[in-house]
Design a protein around this ligand. Structure first.
Ligand SMILES: *Cc1c(COP(=O)(O)O)cnc(C)c1O
Length: 219
């Protein structure tokens, strides 16, 4: 059994049935992705469109590819034909572009809205007010080719578990609120290698795990 397969088996054993394991394969060699695939893994996440496009052609066609990093509007067209779930929608402009490209491809694209919940400064992610704005735009029916599936967020990178717990709890609160408006809400994407237990305790339905499966990334 490969090391990757061993890690996957251990993590899967620790996950409740309702939690999806997304293997974050960014900056990992193809060989390790093949090992994960051979071990039954089908959901893979990348944070850059270019790297995603390079990998897609070299791996089996039944992989479900997730885009988890910041997405520029001019890159949406490349992934629109096949992407399984975009986790990182954080502007109206991006929603509009995804709508346009989804329509061109005759499909519906599932997306999550990314919230900024960490203490750390970041250019990415919505605050509560911006989230309301986007959710209301989506509710008004302007995006027939987009399915709003839920929310994504990253907690502060800290040893302080109480802080992480609080931030995931805030995200879960927003998720529960908007779920009452969107019947399609079924995914709360929170938790990474270092904080997945807390994320699950706080109601995560999808954990994005990189280094705990594949080891350190190549920089
Ligand atoms: C890299 C990345 C992950 C995975 O991080 P690990 O600590 O390696 O598990 C999860 N989510 C996002 C958005 C990432 O960019």
């Amino acid at each position: 059994m490969s090391e990757v397969a061993q890690h996957l088996a251990e993590i899967r054993k620790s996950l409740p049935d309702h939690v999806t394991l997304l293997a974050v394969s960014k900056r990992q060699p193809l060989e390790k992705l093949h090992e994960a695939y051979a071990a039954g893994q089908r959901d893979f996440g990348e944070n850059k469109v270019q790297e995603l496009m390079e990998k897609v052609d070299q791996l089996p066609a039944d992989i479900r590819w997730h885009l988890i990093g910041h997405l520029q509007t001019n890159k949406v067209k490349y992934i629109a034909p096949f992407v399984h779930l975009i986790h990182s929608v954080d502007s109206l402009k991006l929603l509009q572009e995804i709508e346009k490209r989804a329509a061109q491809n005759n499909r519906t694209i599932p997306v999550l809205l990314q919230m900024h919940i960490a203490e750390e400064e970041s250019k990415f992610g919505l605050n509560a007010e911006e989230l309301t704005e986007l959710a209301e735009a989506a509710l008004s029916g302007h995006f027939p080719h987009i399915e709003l599936r839920g929310l994504m967020g990253m907690a502060t990178f800290t040893e302080d578990e109480a802080q992480v717990r609080k931030e995931f709890g805030v995200l879960k609160g927003h998720f529960d609120h908007w779920k009452t408006h969107f019947p399609s809400f079924n995914t709360l994407s929170m938790g990474m290698s270092g904080d997945l237990e807390i994320a699950i305790e706080q109601g995560s339905t999808l954990v994005r795990v990189g280094t705990a499966i594949f080891g350190e990334r190549n920089y």
